[in-house]
Design a protein around this ligand. Sequence first.
Ligand code: PLP
Length: 427
Amino acid sequence: MGERAPGFETLAIHAGAAPDAATGARATPIYQTTSFVFDDVDHAASLFGLQAFGNIYSRLGNPTNAVLEERVAALEGGTAALAVASGHAAEFLVFHTLLQPGDEFVAANKLYGGSINQFNHSYKNFGWNVVWADADDPASFEAAITPKTKAIFIESIANPGGVIVDIAAIAAIAKRHNIPLIVDNTMASPYLIRPFEFGADIVVHSATKFLGGHGNSIGGVIVDGGTFNFGGDDRYPMLSKPRPEYGGMVLGETFGNFGFAIACRVLGLRDLGPALSPFNAFMLLTGIETLPLRMQRHSDNALAVAEHLAGHGKVSWVSYPGLTSDRYHNLAKQYCPKGAGAVFTFGLKGGYEAGVKLVSNLKLFSHLANIGDTRSLVIHPASTTHRQLTDEQKVKAGAGPEVVRLSVGLEDKADLIDDLNQALDAA
Ligand code: PLP
């Protein structure tokens, strides 16, 4: 290539990959092995001491996973990445690297329900305390910060879809207080939003969703933006204090602007163990090759479906930022002008019964608890994911009896609208 920096579509196919040195294989080989032979004793010593980069054992890194890591880092515009077993594992390793027992972090109150659960319950076992802020009100993040706050966590497009978060405004608050901003970019993917461009310091992904894109593999990725100086900062001892297991090395100083990603690998992944299988890395990489095409089509189809539903007699409301009437439309124009993603909710005039009937009558949409598949997906939260909540809690969580969530896939949009029409007629 010439001098031009490669475009997003080129990076989605090529970043991190080259023909295999040993065989010439053009697709990234699946290095299905647990461990790698050392050249000699000195080579082994330098790998274990972090004096050289290389392969030791596939829990710590694998050449197939390394291509995925380099590719997602390139697409997000970060300095380095770490691939792990799931999106939740990615979040866990990020917080394990940043927090000590008794520390706090501020999180947006509109998040994937599983993240809300792990923050409210499991994280308490580690002494990590979440303080909730209003995703729609950046000032509430500033109000929630205390001397114990070590991080801020938001989603770019927030679950259950239809919510665009003002990343730049929250990043400005994080900067003012010298606290890293973590953005879960699962719903947008770097094709629609690149959070580092708006001031984020760390990006996490459930690669299970749009990155992989085909509903076949669970995986997660952490991306280091290289923007936060952890090295000399006593508040982050994992990065700023000598590590006894690495001969007194200070990871944040030795590895500079990719020290955070290294610490997540050599402390978090090494000790806690949520490794991604190289087979899943291969599946996710194959998915990423078509990410730009898929995300555009997801967003275009979702807009067409949302516009149709907004005019349908049995529908009371539609929450999709791509609609000009939507409360998040201006934020969508600012943060994701190419499209507002695939996932959104709408309300049925017929309430709970109509919701249950709709999911039973749909034929092309699959009734299941995932998003970000080529196939269109539907769920009625009140009768499934939010079933155990009281009616009042359901409404507060955006899962009232009449709410239906769609993840619009890549099928012919006319077929999707046809399927919704026949199911609504019967609902
Ligand atoms: N973050 C978001 C926005 C999600 O939607 C999900 C899963 O639905 C997760 C994180 C957790 O990811 P995983 O299921 O890969 O652990």
